[in-house]
Design a protein around this ligand. Structure first.
Ligand SMILES: *Cc1c(COP(=O)(O)O)cnc(C)c1O
Length: 482
């Protein structure tokens, strides 16, 4: 057949130049660079062309009006010029969610960030001596005060901290680690890989489920530099297990003249047993056991900015600081400002609990979460005019996340969303593609929004998003996309 309906329709599709010259484009051209407008318009017309060719039956009814093309172009421009890093609403129930930016900073840290970044500061200037100073002194005093450590060094992240400590203290020498502690964190951080990269030689001992102090003893030789304990932060071995307590490792290290290091992972500064989270050692108790070096993250349970913190004996920290690699792992003033401000809150534990979002979310009692969930469900059900959606409150479990407290889930409550018109996957898709995106989870074919990780300002936003969805549910548009 020649002159098919779709080809006729194609001929009606206006060209880029004609649309650019139309009066409806004036406003857009004032707001966006011409180059981008042309690009957006091309993409819109290309998509239309493909649509026409792929679907000749409907082609004749396709909307090709200028106004419609211009609206699509404007939407495309918004997408093309959007920031790539944007806020999202965390309804996943995972408090320290590495994919969603880990810890929210406390307001005190935000204020400090603003102040320090908007003014010159003494980042590397010794005000007493009137000469060049070291950025590494900042946050050190408060870290030592809170943990009892002799010295501290802050680097880019905990992977960097482990790497730097091993490179400084054990390059070309053996490091003994229990086989049960050779962990992988977040897909790319694996203890054996970091160790190899640092130049230290891994000496595995024991079995996956059981390691005894005798295993360490038997592996010690002339090239042993240190004994390393890794907090198995994202999984737990249960059943017939044995791990050598840090105290015993420290005693063995003393006896044999070897350094002992622990990678704590999360860096918990407060005992969280009262919140139903047992077994996470605090940094202070770890330091008190006489370990030579401890490393942990700044943005996990500590609740501050991304950072890696190395605490330890003065002489060892000094050696780390002098390592030329420290420069490659160094932190910015933003990290130091936010970290120091976060740490200062720990001088008063109840203040820390109240002001540090990560801790506050862990400490929120389930009854409080339930009341918030019920309020949210009530508002959503009230707005849900034609009853196309159902919002119910259901018990669920939140996780601390960030490789902290595996298996210690927090009882919580979620608003479950289901719909007569939309599939669960479609609901998830719509919310994830909203601006701001709402990230929940699907469980037993229901979309759940765990209320524990919602912030106060998220509630009106969620209500607004559903109001919009209620008024625009177009079932057809969802078919085919999913
Ligand atoms: C999270 C974690 C790391 C990596 O820390 P980052 O701050 O993400 O670099 C290393 N070791 C352990 C035990 C961890 O839990």
């Amino acid at each position: 057949m020649t002159g098919t309906p779709s080809q006729e329709v194609l001929r009606k599709l206006p060209g880029v130049d004609r649309i650019l010259q139309s009066p409806g484009m004036e406003d857009i051209l004032n707001r966006y660079p011409r180059r981008l407008v042309v690009e957006a318009l091309r993409q819109v017309l290309d998509a239309k062309r493909k649509e026409i060719l792929s679907d000749c039956g409907n082609a004749s009814t396709m909307n090709l009006e200028f106004a419609h093309i211009i609206t699509l172009t404007e939407e495309k421009l918004e997408a093309l010029t959007e920031h790539t890093l944007i806020p999202v609403i965390n309804a996943s129930g995972i408090i320290v969610h590495t994919n969603l930016g880990r810890s929210l900073l406390p307001p005190d840290a935000m204020e400090r960030l603003q102040l320090i970044c908007q003014s010159y500061n003494n980042l590397e200037y010794d005000l007493e001596k009137g000469q060049r100073g070291s950025r590494y002194v900042h946050a050190e005093a408060v870290l030592c005060e809170l943990t009892g450590a002799e010295a501290a060094l802050v680097v880019n992240n905990n992977a960097g901290a482990v790497f730097l400590a091993l490179n400084t203290l054990a390059q070309g020498r053996e490091v003994i680690v229990s086989r049960g502690q050779l962990v992988e964190i977040g897909g790319s951080f694996r203890i054996p890989d970091v160790m190899r990269a640092s130049g230290a030689i891994l000496r595995e001992v024991g079995c996956t489920n059981r390691t005894h102090v005798g295993d360490y003893e038997a592996a010690i030789n002339d090239s042993t530099a240190l004994l390393l304990k890794v907090h198995t932060s994202n999984y737990r071995i249960i059943g017939f297990t044995a791990e050598v307590p840090l105290e015993q490792l420290v005693a063995l290290g003393r006896e044999r003249g070897l350094m002992v290091m622990e990678d704590l992972g999360s860096g918990c500064f407060m005992n969280l047993d009262t919140f139903g989270l047992r077994g996470e050692p605090t940094v202070k108790s770890t330091v008190a056991q006489g370990v030579d070096v401890v490393t942990f993250s700044g943005d996990k349970l500590l609740g501050g900015p991304q950072a890696g913190i190395i605490l330890g004996k003065k002489e060892l920290i000094k050696r780390c600081r002098k390592n030329p690699l420290t420069r490659a792992l160094r932190v910015d003033k933003m990290t130091l400002a936010a970290l120091e401000a976060t740490l200062r809150l720990y001088r008063d534990e109840s203040l820390a609990m109240e002001k540090i979002p990560t801790l506050r979310m862990i400490a929120t009692p389930p009854e409080v979460v339930r009341a918030r969930a019920e309020e949210l469900a009530k508002v959503l059900n009230r707005r849900n005019g034609d009853g196309a959606f159902q919002f119910t409150v259901e018990p669920c479990f939140s996780q601390v996340g960030g490789g902290a407290l595996p298996g210690e889930d927090l009882p919580s409550f979620a608003v479950s969303v289901s719909s007569n018109n939309l599939s669960t996957r479609s609901i998830e898709w719509r919310l994830r593609n909203n601006r701001p995106p709402i990230i929940g989870r699907i469980e037993s074919d229901r979309f759940l929004m765990d209320v524990r990780t919602l912030q106060e300002e998220d509630f009106p936003v969620i209500e607004g998003v559903f109001s919009k969805i209620f008024s625009t549910v177009d079932i057809d548009s969802d078919v085919g996309r999913l």
